[in-house]
Design a protein around this ligand. Structure first.
Ligand code: DAH
Length: 357
């Protein structure tokens, strides 16, 4: 093979290309396993020893030249195209996108949870992050002396031009909502039952940041109000949710609890997704499960039947209507679902973490 002849051939071949298919054909012709460069390389041992070095260098030069011609042509075809030579197919080629981003894992989990409830007939509503004291506490039957109202547990806003944070008017101070429950008040004040709503969103609490606390996190509130809503409806809806998000084998249990805005109230647990409710690590003997610490259950949310006082605050007749409500932390659900041990990972925006989802 005459290497100079080949060089001329390369030049004319690369002048003619009009599409990616043709470029691909050239790739096979020159760089393929049985291509021209491979043949030249394998012919080296047959040369007299004194010619091998020089020939080898020329083959290398040729190969580099071909590689740079490829890069150039690829860029032209994928980029702006060559003037006068663009084929209709090239116009339809997608842009040269190196890497697409995707939704944040918390957004993915929020969307997934909302979709489960939407499939059960719930609609998705959002509320503002700046709330009134009334919607965040009073309307929800949270008494004035409740510790969550303390400035250590809630961010109050200082209104411009006033020394204290008190804003005149019935609604009282403004604050950053400390939970998504105030959406219950907003929705019930503006609509009549029957209602089935989920409310995802950010909430704020003045907590010191550590592996399990953040001053901002996400919750999903849900509630249903109608004439004959029972606790069993709550259990059914939450069981559908837990199985959809954590898997069909999951078991659920409800423990009595207290919340001012529900009566009765409960906390809902799922059987530990790591040890499958066995409480033990690995094969079943030995150490406690590292996720549930041997407790077999993982708390996932708070819930209950909406308190009659809440209905009174929004002008619903508690004799006529009943409803259930629940609230969950999105970070917690995501951490359990994916085995994430530190809440700060969600907010550091380290691509090595984010790319895993
Ligand atoms: N708002 C509660 C919290 O932030 C969560 C919650 C508990 C919401 C029980 C509810 C509920 O709707 O019924 O801790």
């Amino acid at each position: 093979m005459d290497i100079n002849l080949i060089k001329t051939q390369v030049d004319s071949d690369f002048r003619e290309i009009a599409s990616l298919e043709e470029l691909e054909a050239l790739r096979l012709k020159y760089l393929g396993r049985k291509g021209v460069v491979a043949q030249l390389t394998s012919s080296i041992p047959q040369l007299p020893p004194q010619e091998r070095g020089q020939f080898g260098r020329e083959v290398n030069q040729l190969k580099n030249k071909i590689l740079s011609l490829f890069a150039e042509q690829e860029g032209l075809i994928a980029g702006l195209g060559r003037e006068g030579k663009i084929t209709p197919e090239e116009f339809a080629l997608p842009g040269a996108v190196k890497e697409l981003g995707h939704l944040h894992p918390l957004t993915q989990v929020t969307d997934e949870i909302c979709a489960v409830f939407e499939a059960m007939g719930f609609s998705v509503v959002e509320g503002p992050e700046i709330e009134s004291e009334f919607n965040n506490f009073t309307g929800l039957n949270i008494p004035l002396e409740h510790p969550s109202r303390d400035a250590f547990d809630t961010f109050y806003l200082r209104m411009p031009g006033s020394a204290q944070s008190r804003r005149p008017g019935k609604a009282g101070k403004l604050l950053l909502r400390s939970h998504t429950s105030p959406a219950q008040i907003r929705v019930m004040q503006s609509r009549r039952p029957p209602l089935a709503v989920v409310v995802p969103g950010r909430v704020y609490r003045p907590d010191a940041v550590d592996a399990s606390h953040s001053f901002m996190f996400h919750q999903i509130e849900g509630f249903m109000v109608g004439r004959q809503i029972r606790f069993s409806d709550l259990k059914g809806a939450l069981e559908v949710f837990a199985k959809a998000v954590f898997g069909k084998e999951i078991k659920m249990r409800f423990r009595p609890h207290f919340f001012p805005f529900t009566e009765p109230s409960a906390e809902a647990d799922i059987s530990c997704i790591i040890c499958r409710g066995q409480g033990r690590a690995g094969s079943g003997q030995g150490k406690n499960c590292p996720v549930c610490h041997g407790k077999r259950w993982l708390e996932i949310l708070g819930c209950g039947m909406i308190h009659p006082n809440v209905f009174k605050q929004v002008g619903y007749d508690p004799k006529k209507y009943a409803g259930f409500a629940f609230g969950m932390g999105v970070e917690r659900i995501a951490m359990l679902k994916y085995g994430i041990s530190d809440i700060r990972l969600f907010f550091q925006n380290d691509l090595r973490f984010l790319k895993q989802f």
